[in-house]
Design a protein around this ligand. Structure first.
Ligand code: PEP
Ligand code: MN
Length: 337
């Protein structure tokens, strides 16, 4: 259930309703929009129905939410959420995040960060803790890698997006990251989602490879419910019967998420395809479908990459992709559709 307050409702009016909700043991989440304040009520539906909302003169309307997720829904917040990180405004402009799959050396990250910045990327990505299918594959440089990412930020000013693999690492990764990434394999690590919900930095939540859009949005709900409303959703492809690509990019999830949620959604065409040549056309598809950005793997020398070389763009290819995207961005209508 969401309670839409009338235009001009004061903080006192809002708090009076919040107090009444909490008095009966229900949760109240307040969202302040440009024109209206909305209060999300969570708890036993029957109890909610009994509350005398209409007795409050500044309550405009009471809207039931039929979806299993509440705080991430469009009903709770009709306007898109805009997340500001460095110079980027996720949710109001098309943002490109780029960098290597994993941090390999200071030289590699600093060089890549310079190159992607020059080509127009607004955020830098790189993994220091890598979730690898085989325990014998390169697992990432850990804290040393995080320090290298911080160096790349110092050199370029680009904010850093990096993955948290384990709830025990949140405190450490928090010290170095500007955006905390939850990988596909951890999308339903509910303990970690809750803990990230208590942080004050944006979370980039990747879609699990076998997760439905509803399960993905419910995972985001875990984070919002703890108080952190800065969640960026990232479609990275799902497992299907197709073997020609690493995963299948579910492009339809972009407009579907946009319809059902106010959160920004970006696309990762690198992990979706696993094939470098397919990355630029799918980045363009993401833009056309209304995504708020893309996250792309770039390596100065993909043949020597310790992880995901086959899907990493060379700096030249990345530059060409950025020019292509720039041309298409100017054709896009407001709100991406
Ligand atoms: C990544 O972005 O580095 C990554 C491991 O992606 P995913 O979790 O989508 O597989
Ligand atoms: Mn990768």
């Amino acid at each position: 259930m969401v309670i839409v307050m009338k235009m001009g409702a004061s903080e006192e009016d809002v708090q009076a309703v919040v107090k009444m909700i909490r008095q009966v043991g229900l949760e109240a989440h307040v969202s302040r929009g440009q024109f209206h304040t909305v209060i999300g009520v969570i708890g036993d539906d029957e109890k909610v129905m009994e509350l005398p909302f209409q007795a409050y003169p500044m309550v405009e309307r009471v809207v039931p939410i039929m979806k299993p997720y509440k705080l991430v829904s469009r009903e709770f917040r009709p306007e898109p959420t805009v997340i500001r990180v460095g110079e980027a405004e996720l949710g109001s402009e098309f943002v490109v995040i780029a960098g290597p799959c994993s941090v390999e050396s200071e030289e590699q990250v600093v060089e890549t960060a310079r190159l992607v910045k020059e080509a127009g990327a607004k955020l830098f990505r790189g993994g220091a803790f890598k979730p690898r299918t085989s325990p014998y594959s390169f697992q990432g440089l850990g804290e040393e890698g995080l320090r290298m990412l911080a160096r790349a930020r110092e050199e370029t000013g680009l904010p850093v997006v990096t993955e948290v693999l384990d709830v025990r690492d949140i405190e450490l990764v928090y010290q170095y990251a500007d955006v905390l990434q939850v990988g596909a394999r951890n999308m339903q690590n509910f303990l970690m989602l809750k803990e990230l919900g208590r942080q004050d930095k944006p979370v980039l939540l990747k879609r699990g490879m076998s997760a439905t859009v509803e399960e993905w949005l419910l995972a985001a709900e875990y984070i919002l419910r703890e108080g952190n409303h800065q969640v960026i959703l990232c479609e990275r492809g799902i497992k299907t019967f197709e073997t020609g690509t690493r995963n299948t990019l579910d492009i339809s999830s972009v407009p579907l998420v946009k319809r059902n949620s106010h959160l920004p959604v970006i696309v990762d065409p690198s992990h979706a395809t696993g094939i470098r040549e397919l990355v630029p056309p799918l980045a363009r598809a993401a833009l056309a479908a209304g995504a708020d950005g893309v996250m792309v793997e770039v390596h100065p020398n993909p043949q020597q990459a310790l992880c995901d070389g086959a899907q990493s763009l060379t700096p030249q290819e990345f530059k060409a992709m950025m020019e292509d995207l720039k041309a298409w961005t100017s054709l896009r209508k407001p709100e991406g559709r």
